[in-house]
Design a protein around this ligand. Structure first.
Ligand SMILES: Cc1ncc(COP(=O)(O)O)c(C=O)c1O
Length: 381
């Protein structure tokens, strides 16, 4: 099997327990939660509830009904932005964001919101002072990523949350590159809306995501329809989480996500973070020793997630990715990573960069095989 170093896109492999739980969910549960009153349906409802509870506990959420299951971080971000923002609202975001956030924000702007894009520095960081300087009386939302999928920069989120709170603005955090890798406690930090994929650091399957909506935050649903209960009226129910979960749930996926979170709990988030930090350090050290290679993003010692983006003199990122794949059977992600502004900020637009993202199951030997392949590619560039 090929050597997979694209965990920032989706984590692979998943823990064995995730595969087993999905298999069991499909074979032994099979039915939809919250639909039939029969006992097997109730069992499905119980499993859905248990995963909701475990997501809530994982992020320090005291009321699990505020956790909405979605299909991806993208869907969560769309719901958070387009469900909240009204014409005339002012929103602050940054140049480090993924299109999953940029495009809903752009759509909100087309509908009459105003957006201030705070410029990240060359290493990918924004400061609480920059956010504070962008505030206006009409600022409704501060929306940004916890960890950049291009630079790996981890933003000073607690301080930024403080700035937003003091100004009476809500904080939306895109935790696509941090959930399951960096501890997040929504209440301790003051996060009003938390969007996360289930299929990256949380180790669940594709087709899963969550949105946490703090008590008192009112969103308009983007999708309406059948919710199992509350069937009599034409209006979408106001009860959480049904208000945002119309249609049949991805129960096998959600059960797999529950198994992923259980795996993280058993191994420990600290152990996962330490392991991934060690892998990233090994990659940066190895790449740094290769002639003409520049690693972008935070300097060693600055807060960085589990990825490294680099460029090399005399060879474009696309050629590196192609040769890694075709000559060495190694999967990395090249190009603009759905975040063109982030590449402009770090000076790698329009060609982009090569992104290497190990996961908890990546071995030192795999990193060394990647570094050996890079050495060979650069010698023959
Ligand atoms: C920073 C960031 N935000 C959002 C997303 C979108 O996540 P999903 O693929 O679950 O929609 C990604 C995925 O790569 C990401 O890296």
């Amino acid at each position: 099997m090929s050597l997979y170093l694209d965990n920032a896109a989706t984590s692979f492999p998943k823990p064995e327990s995730v595969y087993e739980s999905i298999n069991r969910a499909l074979r032994e549960v099979g039915v939809s939660p919250g639909r039939g009153g029969y006992r097997r349906g109730l069992e499905a409802t119980r499993l859905l509830f248990e995963t909701r509870e475990s997501v809530a506990a994982f992020f320090g959420i005291d009321d699990s009904s505020r956790v909405v299951f979605t299909h991806s971080a993208t869907e969560s971000l769309n719901l958070a932005v387009l469900g909240l923002v009204r014409p005339g609202d002012h929103i602050i975001s940054t140049s480090a964001e993924h299109n999953a956030l940029v495009r809903p924000l752009h759509r909100a702007a087309q509908r009459g919101a105003e957006i201030t894009w705070v410029e990240a520095d060359r290493r990918g960081f924004v400061t609480p002072e920059q956010i504070a300087a962008a505030l206006r009386p009409s600022t409704r939302l501060v929306a940004l990523g916890h960890c950049s999928n291009v630079t790996g920069a981890i933003q000073p989120i607690a301080e930024i949350a403080g700035v937003a709170r003091r100004a009476g603005a809500l904080l939306l955090l895109d935790a696509a590159q941090s959930a399951g890798m960096i501890p997040i406690d929504v209440q301790a930090v003051g996060i009003d809306l938390l969007a996360a994929p289930g299929h990256k650091g949380l180790m669940g399957p594709q087709g899963t995501g969550i949105l946490y909506v703090a008590g008192g935050v009112e969103l308009e649903p983007l999708v309406v329809g059948g919710t199992g209960g509350y069937s009599s009226g034409m209006e979408q129910p106001s009860a959480m989480p049904e208000r945002f979960e119309s249609g049949t749930h991805n129960l096998p996926g959600i059960i797999g996500l529950g198994a992923g979170i259980e795996f993280i709990r058993t191994v420990g988030l600290d152990a996962i973070r330490k392991r991934e930090e060690a892998l990233v350090a090994r990659i940066m050290q190895g790449l740094g020793a290769l002639p003409g290679v520049t690693c972008h993003g935070p300097l060693p010692g600055e807060p960085r997630g589990s990825l490294v983006s680099f460029t090399a003199e005399g060879i474009d990122p696309q050629s590196i990715g192609f040769r890694l794949d075709h000559e060495f059977d190694i999967c990395v992600r090249v190009g603009l990573h759905c975040a063109p502004a982030a590449h402009r900020t770090i000076g790698t637009y329009p060609d982009g960069a090569v992104r290497v993202s190990p996961g908890y199951f990546t071995t030192d030997e795999e990193v060394d095989a990647f570094l050996g392949a890079m050495g060979a590619i650069l010698r023959s560039r």
